[in-house]
Design a binder for this molecule. Structure first.
Ligand SMILES: [Zn+2]
Length: 345
């Protein structure tokens, strides 16, 4: 199957009432772990690259690694997504490279730190939509400001500082025509989300429900949704690491979000922790080993287990075979006929 648009994957997820995992990648081992788990569970997947990843791996390496994944596993629908584009130019360069989806994060200014005004956000996001949709490419926007910082991107602070306002979400969807919208509901980027074990209602799930009811075909996205597995935190620290105590978003809370309209769930930290923990453990237990393949393999296996658990929890397992690829040309035709415009209630 060729790479598909993210819009198609999220439309399918909405029909089936499940969530699609969106995993950040920087290298081959991560892509192989994500794909290995997708193949075993027969799940559609969004593979995403941040600006940091694109510069770390160099664009074309990353692009061809993801293409290799789609060649090797034609039965798995894959969307290739730019995570947190900070400007029109970043999104345009991703589309030119062959990404099938981009995020224009206009909630922050181009520096990726300073909150932008609502009007600035609408303007830059609409410009990206006008460029992307005639090419069949999906656009995700963001309103409200997420807490935390990851890959040098983020406003910092707590996730509950700027929860997304439903009226603004509606106005934003109408004026920009985005396909998907990242909303702030209490999550933060990075590993340090909560200092105490989260109990009960840590996310503004009611807010998800309200926004979903008003813009039902604009797919909601949960950023900062790593669960920060405590077992991997322990392994990292038991094998010479020094990560502070921290807690993530429990998988059950994410599942609650999916029940209320979340369709894309972003995960990065969990795979970082699993690979770091697995490599630390391998090197301590195998002091004579100097073959990187052995510890890369340990890292890959650890990441793969997390991916499998997430596909299953989000309800995406078994859904890959229900999806027949719609070409980007065909998607462009649907946009031109206004079939995919936001439906506002
Ligand atoms: Zn994010």
């Amino acid at each position: 199957m060729p790479l598909v648009s993210m819009r198609q994957l999220l439309d399918e997820a909405a029909k089936g009432g499940y969530g699609v995992g969106a995993f950040n990648v920087n290298d081959m081992e991560q892509i192989q772990a994500i794909m290995g788990a997708a193949v075993e569970t027969k799940s559609p997947v969004i593979i995403q690259a941040s600006r940091g990843a694109r510069s770390f791996a160099q664009d074309r390496y990353l692009f061809h690694l993801i293409l290799a994944a789609s060649e090797l596993h034609p039965e798995i629908p894959i969307a290739m997504h730019q995570d947190h584009g900070n400007s029109f130019e970043t999104c345009k360069s991703a589309i030119e490279l062959g990404f099938t989806s981009v995020m224009m994060d206009g909630s922050l200014k181009e520096d990726g730190k300073t909150p932008a005004s609502f009007e600035e956000n609408v303007e830059v996001t609409r410009r990206v939509v006008e460029y992307a949709h005639p090419r069949g490419v999906t656009v995700e926007g963001e309103i409200g400001v997420l807490g935390g910082v990851e890959d040098g991107h983020g406003a910092g602070g707590s996730g509950l500082d700027h929860v997304t306002d439903p009226d603004q979400a509606v106005e934003f969807a109408e004026r920009t025509g985005v396909d998907a919208l990242a909303i702030a509901i209490g999550t933060s980027h990075g590993a340090y989300k909560f200092t105490r074990p989260p109990t009960g209602d840590i996310l503004a799930i009611q807010r998800v429900k309200e926004i979903h009811a008003r813009i039902p075909n604009t797919h909601l996205v949960m950023h900062g949704s790593s669960s920060v597995p405590q077992e991997w935190l322990q392994i990292i620290n038991n094998y010479g690491g020094d990560m502070g105590q921290t807690y993530g978003v429990p998988v059950e809370e994410i599942v609650e979000g999916i029940k209320n309209g979340v369709r894309k769930v972003n995960i990065d930290t969990d795979l970082r922790m699993a690979s770091t923990g697995a490599i630390r453990k391998h090197l301590v237990e195998n002091t004579s080993n100097f073959d990187p393949r052995k510890y890369y393999k340990a890292a890959e296996d650890a990441m793969k287990e997390i991916c499998k658990a997430r596909y299953e929890a989000f309800g995406a397992a078994g859904m890959a075979s229900k999806i027949k690829a719609t070409s980007l040309e065909k998607m462009a035709g649907k946009y031109a006929k206004h079939e995919l415009d936001p439906k506002v209630k």
